[in-house]
Design a protein around this ligand. Sequence first.
Ligand code: MN
Length: 491
Amino acid sequence: MLRVPAGYEDHVGLETYREKRDAARTPEPVPPAQDLRVDHTGDEQAGRGDTFVVQEHHATALHWDVRLERDGVLVSWAVPKGLPLDPAKNNLAKQTEDHPMAYATFAGDIPKGEYGGGHVSVWDSGTYELEKWRADVVKVVLHGEKVDGRYVFFRTRGNDWMVHRMGSPPKGWTPLPRDLKPMLAVAGTLPTDDDRWAYEVKWDGVRALVAVEGGRVTLTSRNGNDVTSHYPELRGVGLQLGSRAALLDGEIVAFNPEGRSDFGLLQNRMHVGKPGTALLRSTPVQLLLFDVLHLEGTSLLDRTYDERRAALEGLELQGEHWSVPAAFLGGGQTVLDATRAQGLEGILAKRRDATYLPGRRSECWTKVKHIRRTSTVIAGWKPGEGGRAGRIGSLLLGVQGPDGLEYAGHVGTGFTAATLKALGELLEPLRIAESPFATAVPRMYAKDAVWVEPRLVAEIDYTEWTKDGRLRHPSYKGLRDDYDPKDVFRE
Ligand code: MN
């Protein structure tokens, strides 16, 4: 018997269910009015079946509807994150109106505009053992295909309940890791044992680890910042994964009209310095997914590249703003030549038998680049002359050395008028009196330099490092907010 606190009686019985639906407009089962005989109200002998069903419902917000047969109806909760597998979690469960038994096998599309409009599928079903059924507590053991275990629902307030898994998680299940750092590549040349390697295009964007749990996406940058809110169009990856919890590795890029990923374009979306400019939404981004590190409770870190790649492709992730770009097995020279012809930055060679090493720079991932690009720290600027008088003439750059920041040269090209203005505004509040370099800066560059706190990281294209440690022919590409200046070393 399910007694309901005063004011919430409308969830008991099928009247509410019927009132919300028009049989002519929804494919859902709608019982005729004379069929609404449900007695939750005290008849201990009323039918008590043991069916349970969980439906995945892509309504306005993705949720899972958990339904337990009781007294001839399905007592129902909408659970935004689905049933937890982790006993350390309590997931919110909103009690909804009782559903008719026929709903237990319903799957289909409720038309837009109708109540609960969106796609419904049966995520799992089976039977349950009842342990306790009180007005505020329902304790059951679910036996389904996907979910097997003891769950307790407890009412917190009104229709708000929490659902909690009791005891241990499913055998072998581990929670989604939240603090992993991406694996990094070393710069190098094409490997000689070609067929032991896979080759991928090196994308010119920002790295992101993508955690999906209960259909919700969290994007974490290389330096551990949550950047989810910067890229709202990537939320759909979570909807596509649905209940499959996953940790994915990828690169967020912006494509220019020629179809090449363009780091400069992505600046509009990176919130470097100050957020909230009108440009933020004007540059569409793509999430290019190339690895999967954890899937449905199982860590894949110890699996080989080939195994992880197969798991990734099995997810069939493809949407307007995300995809899994091709990986080529062997044939590195061909891939390298093709990327050069297309004006791309280069390729990544990944050893097919290598595991994933979080936070490590490993030769199992080797980047082969056509263009030399490095990160530097902006340590100051020199005022311009002529047409750039009163503005930034060049930036003084540094990289970290054993004793602190080392001078790495200055860059005076690659700027647009708008970048110079934006850089001026970002650097102004960072002014300091003394040089932030640990080593001496040649007098001709130190003279009339404006020093700044070494907080901004700039991407620079160059031809080579000179013998005295300076960048030759440097050209400014943009700022990045996903590197800590303390981690910017000479490549
Ligand atoms: Mn629903």
